[in-house]
Design a protein around this ligand. Structure first.
Ligand code: GLC
Length: 435
């Protein structure tokens, strides 16, 4: 059994740390301008000018069954969809606002269709819900609000009542956690500090996080919730950043349950002209590296305004599909290798180890020449194979068998004999059955 224990949290994270890989979906009316989901703030767009995207939102090619099929093929086991992003637009039929998909040409509850489609594929269902809301009339202006630079910005805050907004969030979260069956993840986003001009950021007092979380847990006690309400729950969520080691609790130093969220191209929402798409090698390495230090990866897609995943996103998902088809055993139910094994990590490699401790996976980021040495594993291996094709890997113990001088020897030395040519796999994996 893995010796790593994480800090106890209120939700049930057992399935989550087994599944390891999920799909983030950022979709909303910002897909029409196709210039980042923050466009309303970045370009300081007024309510009136932003309205055209609401009026033109007509996702005639929205087919969440197709999204779900692609997620499943990619090996993703859970999904998190933006039910509402910072612009305040809701993809679901809320009783508490008119600013929702049912009032656009889409004319329907798009969240419902997502839930049904993903559930039907056996994928766990999560909701992202933005704490920030640049549409709600009671949400006060601050340093990131689209209206922050208006001449009358400070004036505009008069009469706005965050307490009313906090109530609105509780009502909507109650809707989301009542009307769609069991929801597995709730992803709130986010709390922030102020600056000189706008000294007040927003955090748990503004969101009334305690109350908000009470509503959520009251309706779905086991749900997994992130920490961005400013009150610690289940999940630490480094964003567009890959930690180098398992995240630890700030105060206690305990290991925590964490999930890196990442994009294919730098933007969350569909961004037509964004060109920094990650290479296949990088995509696969990010997943492996995350699991090798005990984390999950939530990889994002930003569907187009018409509702489909564009060719670039499909290709990126296909990279995962191809690799996961043959190598998912080194991901699901796996975690950081035990400390004594980690000490043997050869150069350019990443380990993962099954929770039960019985299998060790060596991911080869660079293909070595013929021999891979693991000083300490002799006597502990029962069988070795390449994971993708199940072909045997021969090995010697105690010494590297070869002619010549300067060959390594050692009682505990295990030497794997690899083919000279790297197999045609983005990142090849060796599976060791441990005794
Ligand atoms: C952020 C951004 C946002 C995105 C999120 C995903 O904090 O504001 O646009 O939804 O991160 O992690």
């Amino acid at each position: 059994m893995s010796s790593y224990k994480t800090r106890k949290t209120p939700g049930d994270t057992k399935w989550f740390t087994y599944d390891r890989f999920g799909m983030f979906i950022h979709w909303g009316i910002y897909a029409l301008p196709a210039r980042h989901e923050w466009i309303k703030s970045r370009e300081r767009i007024s309510e009136e000018k932003y309205q055209k995207y609401f009026e033109k939102f007509d996702p005639d090619l929205y087919d969440p069954k197709d999204w779900a099929a692609q997620a499943k093929a990619a090996g993703m086991k859970y999904a998190v969809l933006t039910t509402k992003h910072h612009d305040g637009f809701c993809l679901f039929d809320s009783k508490f606002t008119e600013y929702k998909s049912t009032n656009t040409p889409a004319k329907r509850d798009l969240v419902k269709e997502y839930v049904d489609a993903f559930r039907a594929e056996g994928i766990k269902v999560g909701f992202y819900y933005s704490l920030i809301d640049w549409h709600h009339p009671d949400f006060t202006l601050d340093r990131i609000h689209p209206r922050r630079d208006d001449p009358d910005a400070q004036e505009l805050n008069k009469g706005r009542d965050m307490a009313k907004y906090a109530k609105y969030m509780r009502d909507q979260v109650a809707e989301l956690l009542t009307n769609y069956g069991k929801i597995d993840v709730l992803w709130f986003d986010y709390s922030y500090i102020g600056n000189d001009q706008w000294p007040n950021g927003k955090g748990k007092d503004d969101w009334e996080s305690e109350e908000l979380l009470k509503v959520a847990r009251g309706l779905q006690p086991d749900i997994i919730i992130d920490n961005r309400t400013e009150i610690e729950q289940d999940l630490w969520t480094p964003e567009q950043f890959q930690p180098m080691e398992w995240l630890k609790h700030n105060e206690t130093g305990e290991l925590v349950v964490w999930e890196a969220c990442q994009t294919f191209s730098g933007s969350w929402g569909y961004y037509r002209d964004e060109m920094t798409w990650k290479s296949p090698e990088m995509l696969i390495r990010m997943l492996i590296t995350t699991v090798s230090i005990g984390g999950n990866l939530l990889m994002n897609v930003g569907p187009t305004a018409r509702g489909f995943l564009d060719k670039r996103a499909q290709d990126a998902l296909a990279v995962y599909a191809e690799w996961m088809k043959y190598n998912s055993r080194s991901i699901y139910g796996c975690t950081m290798a035990e400390p004594d094994i980690l000490e043997m990590l050869p150069p350019d490699c990443r380990f993962t180890q099954s929770e039960d401790g019985k299998r060790l996976y060596i991911h080869l980021f660079a293909w070595p020449f013929k021999h891979l040495q693991l000083n300490g594993l002799a006597g502990r291996v029962e069988y070795a194979q390449l994971l993708h094709d199940g072909s045997e890997i021969k090995y010697t113990e105690g010494e590297l068998k070869h002619f010549g001088v300067g060959l390594p020897k050692g009682e505990k030395l295990l030497v794997l004999e690899l083919p000279v040519v790297k197999p045609d796999v983005t990142v090849p994996v060796i599976e060791l059955f441990l005794k």
